[in-house]
Design a binder for this molecule. Structure first.
Ligand code: MLC
Ligand code: AMP
Length: 497
């Protein structure tokens, strides 16, 4: 049995999960995940790394299915509940999954794919049915999960981690942030990315702690949960702290006082997935007394750098390498750079991913010859702590903590009848970090931005839809004909639809 599941045997009577108002013990979680595994193993004794996709909102059932796939020897591929059908279909095709386990709410949505792709849509109800079979032994070097991440290519790539990788990603955080079984964390993050899956859910379950779910972020409900004083930990992206501050500012003074006092009781509040603006850190400290711990991570590496749990948390910095993480900052010839000099982060360690799913060329390109993973993030060592300065590619946008490829959106937009060409950029934004923005070159004078935007929503999830539009007769280009996106950003007049 894999370690995460095996060690939960010793917490059997503790509460593992609070979901939809109900509490579930580790004993129930183990029993239900073994039933999922048994149902998956009806025709075989080991899934042998078959990809099993699942479309289930954050919940007890999500967790039992993820553990069940692992216990049966499969590769867990969580699907995003916000994705329209074409994005889901892409992941199903790319992983060559034969089945998708679906919450009842998504059954009709996925049904067309059964006929179209020959994939089996399995209901949660049937996969949770009680049954027992002997479970296979799973070596920790086997592939465990594929998470899709956008990069400098148009389509997202599947990041493959093994059980050993996941264990390394969990244990470095459990040690650095001193997780314990008495901890209680609220998860409001999507569960198809490492932040929610590893930092919140898996660290809690590794430690014998409790993970409580809200199905999606809701500032009112988050503050009410903080006010209940049952949480010891909270982790979120900067946009969420921004939204919590905005909500708090509108409250009556007496409620503000109650909420602020309750928030000051948590032992740790963490921010990551995007740069934490110093004014947000300062405002959060002013209203809660908490200095947010900022850390840096990536789907391919788990978490790499972190400010200190017990020592200094310096605003605008991401701290030092986590235990077990080797990190270097290099110039374009892979030579280490001195302090106060910008360089690119490269990472080594057990928490680094195995490969991009069935993309050997992309995997090879992602590592130096001596095995360092090339992050594409630029940073600097400044007075003993690291900071992030940006990315080496303008084609990667971070909005609300989601990584978005400008190229993917451009490729979809170019399929629209009214669009001759386009260029997508991320414009700085206080709330979202960056907002997706597009300059469209119309095919004819009649380009209707509203229509293009509505059509795009059928193709891409809401967080990838441009919020700012500009129409132009041409795009700025360099002598080689390449669009100069930094130049385009400067031209922006901001005409929203
Ligand atoms: C949504 N909206 C946006 C938007 N996303 N507007 C601009 N930019 C965006 N990116 C709009 C919607 O269209 C809607 O508009 C309104 O905001 C509310 O939408 P919503 O879907 O209800 O938003 P909300 O739930 O408030 O979402 C905000 C959020 C979400 C911050 C909770 O973006 C989120 O869950 N982000 C976390 C992503 C994450 O987990 N990243 C980690 C990746 S791993 P209208 O007009 O319809 O009201 C990683 C590694 C690491 O990065 O280091 O951790
Ligand atoms: P993802 O591919 O979604 O896992 O996103 C990873 C990217 O998020 C990193 O490569 C960074 O660009 C960014 N990121 C994560 N944490 C931070 C942080 N604390 N500050 C700035 N950028 C961050």
């Amino acid at each position: 049995m894999i370690t995460l599941l095996k060690q939960s045997e010793s917490f059997k009577n503790r509460i593992a999960i609070v979901s939809k108002g109900k509490s579930f013990s580790y004993g129930q979680l183990l029993k239900t995940s073994k039933a999922v595994a048994a149902n998956l193993l009806r025709e075989t004794t080991d899934l042998n790394e078959a990809r099993v996709t699942f479309l289930i909102p954050p919940s007890f059932e999500y967790t039992a299915v993820q553990w069940g796939i692992w216990a049966a020897g499969g590769i867990a591929v969580p699907l995003c509940i916000l994705h329209p059908l074409p994005s889901i279909q892409y992941v199903l095709e790319d992983t060559q999954a034969r089945i998708v386990i679906a919450d009842a709410a998504y059954y009709d949505f996925l049904k067309p794919l059964e006929d179209h792709m020959g994939i089996s849509v399995i209901t949660l109800e049937s996969i949770l049915k009680e049954t027992i079979v002997p479970l296979p032994d799973i070596d920790s070097s086997r592939r465990a999960m594929i998470l899709y991440t956008s990069g400098t290519t148009s389509k997202p790539k599947g990041v493959v981690t093994t059980h050993a990788t996941i264990e390394a990603q969990i244990t470095t955080l459990v040690n650095a942030w001193e997780w314990r079984k008495e901890d209680h964390i609220l998860n409001i993050l999507p569960l198809h990315h490492v932040h929610g899956i590893i930092n919140v859910l898996s660290c809690a379950l590794w430690s014998g702690a409790c993970c409580e779910f809200l199905p999606k972020f809701d500032a009112d409900k988050v503050w009410a949960t903080i006010a209940s004083e049952r949480l010891t930990l909270f982790m979120a992206v900067p946009t969420i702290y921004y939204k919590l501050i905005s909500f708090w500012e509108e409250l009556p003074a007496t409620t503000q006082e109650v909420y602020s006092r309750a928030a000051s009781q948590l032992r740790l509040m963490v921010s990551g997935s995007a740069a934490l603006p110093v004014p947000v850190l300062e405002k959060w400290k002013e209203i809660t007394g908490q200095t947010l711990l900022e850390r840096y991570g990536m789907t391919e590496i788990g978490m790499g750098l972190s400010n200190s749990y017990r020592g200094e948390r310096r605003p605008g910095h991401v701290g030092l390498p986590l235990p077990g993480v080797e990190m270097r900052l290099v110039d374009s010839a892979n030579r280490p750079v001195p302090e106060n000099t910008p360089g690119e982060y490269q990472i080594k360690g057990l928490s680094v991913f195995k490969e991009y799913w069935q993309k050997p060329e992309a995997t090879k390109k992602a590592f130096t010859e001596d095995g360092w993973f090339i992050t594409g993030d630029i940073g600097m060592l400044s007075d003993g702590l690291y900071k992030i300065l940006g990315r080496d590619s303008v084609d990667i946008i971070k909005s609300g903590g989601y990584k978005i490829s400008a190229l993917e959106i451009e490729d979809v937009l170019r399929k629209h009848d009214m669009v001759a060409d386009c260029a997508v950029v991320g414009l700085p934004d206080e709330e979202w970090g960056e907002v997706v923005s597009v300059c469209l070159i119309p095919k004819s004078k009649e380009l209707d931005v509203e229509e293009v935007s509505s059509w795009l929503k059928t193709q891409l999830p809401a967080y990838k839809i441009p919020r700012k539009y500009m129409l132009s007769a041409e795009l700025p280009r360099n002598v080689l004909g390449k669009v100069t996106k930094n130049e385009l950003k400067k031209r922006w007049p901001a005409i929203a639809p």
